[in-house]
Design a protein around this ligand. Structure first.
Ligand code: GAL
Length: 491
């Protein structure tokens, strides 16, 4: 089709075979928190403790009930016509204490079978309906037993995660060909281990994020190598890690200091994970030198950012088969000298970030500013920085507040514009984007926001014990996009 600047909408058709999906995560939808021998995870513990850390002290004990209502979810997936469905495995549903000890132990077989059968059925049903499963091994829900032993703060977790990953590859990998090891280690490290907003709920300012991110990167790389050496030949699948990133622009576009500040945020948010994994096994030099200098100034004996050994660098370099990105919003950055006080990672890179006030919020009180064009810029950045990788977007979404109207016209306009930006990224910027997934299939338990943020394509009535799923207008519109492999729009 011809590119024109006219505002007359035209058919923007995506490349043949482009993937259209939706995503969920175990803790956010499954419920059945202690069903059939499932062990507790850190979110079970955290929500059961109360303490107003989660909206109205809500829990996901029941959530969308997907553990028993999978057939209802499948109906939604079929109604949308998804080509891909991304979900996560509940680690402690499969391995109640997080280790493979249980499944090896004779006499405890019943514990393993329940969890395995649940996911087997999901995978088999998806494949029987022509839907490709994308499976995340770990989406924020660390088994409590592992947290009790130090969790991501200890190096020992690297082996434990690898054993879990091998167990999953061995159990489901005959049918699952697309794996994501860890969901958003860059978000988890900050929210859980730096700020203490997510479980285990203990802030470790200045050190927690670096320490845990370091172990997550190693755990991911080790699992990738296990797949590569033990499973790939037979199973022929692919493994990656999902990274979250905003798009960041300088607050004052003509200020060199702000331009550099914006680059530093991208370095911290995305490159600190993507560069080791996709380029050379190590953190960005600027990050290393800045954190080292800041640590020295603050009297630390060594940098608060740990170092990879040469052997680890070799293991980490090249440990992903495709690039997975999650995008929700953008920000502006401004250089801000570190004048002391509380430690945090933005202070380490001497930046302040904030939204452009002209960007609308998705709903009052939301952290999501509506910036569809930021995604195109982010995709171009990934293309240019990481040698034009195959890119999968496995999360992008727009929350509504409570109550959320079924006629979510404004939200669909966001998705429509976003899909138009994806088209531009593919056709104008030549980005190798092959899949787009909406977060989320269902309204669900949105972590500390509880059920007050509605990200679903389907509304779930949490007051009704039957937990009925009802499509928003966006679901119907998305189904049309999938059917046409494209959208009406203009460039
Ligand atoms: C992501 C996370 C999802 C979902 C989404 C919306 O960071 O992976 O689980 O909560 O944000 O906030």
């Amino acid at each position: 089709m011809a590119f024109s600047s006219s505002s007359n909408p035209e058919e923007l058709t995506f490349p043949e075979g482009f993937g259209w999906g939706a995503s969920t995560a175990a803790y956010q939808v499954e419920g059945g928190w202690d069903a059939d021998g499932k062990g507790p995870n850190v979110w079970d513990t955290f929500t059961h403790q109360g303490g107003d850390r989660v909206f109205r002290n809500q829990t996901a004990d029941v959530a969308c009930g997907s553990y028993t209502l999978w057939e209802e979810d499948l109906k939604c997936i079929k109604q949308l016509g998804l080509t891909h469905y991304r979900f996560s495995l509940s680690w402690s549903r499969l391995l109640p204490d997080g280790t493979t000890g249980f499944i090896n132990q004779k006499g405890n077989c019943f514990l393993k079978i329940e969890g395995i059968d649940y996911y087997n059925k999901m995978i088999d049903d998806l494949l029987a309906n022509g839907v490709i499963p994308i499976v995340t091994l770990y989406h924020f829900d660390l088994p409590q037993h592992l947290e009790d032993q130090g969790g991501w703060k200890t190096g020992a977790i690297v082996e434990v995660f690898d054993a879990y990953a091998q167990f999953c590859f061995g159990t489901f990998g005959d049918r699952v060909k697309l794996w994501i090891t860890i969901n958003e280690p860059n978000v988890l490290a900050v929210l859980a281990y730096e700020k203490g907003l997510f479980p285990p709920g203990v802030p470790n300012l200045g050190t927690g994020a670096y320490q845990t991110a370091h172990n997550m990167i190693k755990a991911h790389a080790k699992a990738w190598h296990s797949y590569d050496s033990l499973f790939r030949k037979k199973q022929n699948g692919q493994v990656s890690i999902a990274l979250f990133s905003p798009w960041v622009e300088p607050s004052n576009p003509t200020s060199i200091a702000d331009q550099e500040a914006a680059k530093r945020v991208m370095t911290m948010a995305l490159d600190s994970f993507a560069k080791p994994i996709f380029i050379d096994g190590d953190y960005p030099a600027e990050l290393k030198s800045r954190v080292a200098a800041m640590s020295k100034k603050q009297g630390y004996p060594s940098s608060r950012l740990p170092e990879f050994t040469e052997e680890e660098k070799k293991m980490i370099k090249g440990s992903a088969d495709f690039f997975v990105i999650h995008y929700y919003t953008s920000a502006l950055a401004q250089h801000q000298e570190n004048s002391g006080g509380e430690l945090n990672i933005l202070k380490d890179i001497e930046v302040e970030i904030f939204p452009d006030p002209s960007w609308q919020v998705s709903h009052p009180g939301s952290w999501v500013r509506v910036v569809p064009w930021g995604l195109r810029k982010l995709l171009k950045y990934i293309k240019d920085t990481y040698n034009n990788p195959v890119i999968y977007i496995t999360e992008n979404g727009f929350p509504q507040g409570d109550p959320a109207p079924l006629d979510d016209t404004r939200r669909w306009e966001y998705f429509r514009q976003t899909i138009q930006e994806l088209y531009k990224a593919i056709h104008l910027d030549k980005v190798n984007l092959q899949l787009y997934c909406v977060w989320s299939l269902l309204d669900n338990f949105e972590w500390t926001e509880g059920y007050s943020f509605k990200f679903g394509l389907y509304q779930v009535d949490f007051e009704n014990p039957a937990l009925p799923r009802v499509p928003y207008k966006s679901a119907m519109e998305y189904a049309k996009v999938i059917q046409n492999n494209g959208i009406k729009g203009s460039l």
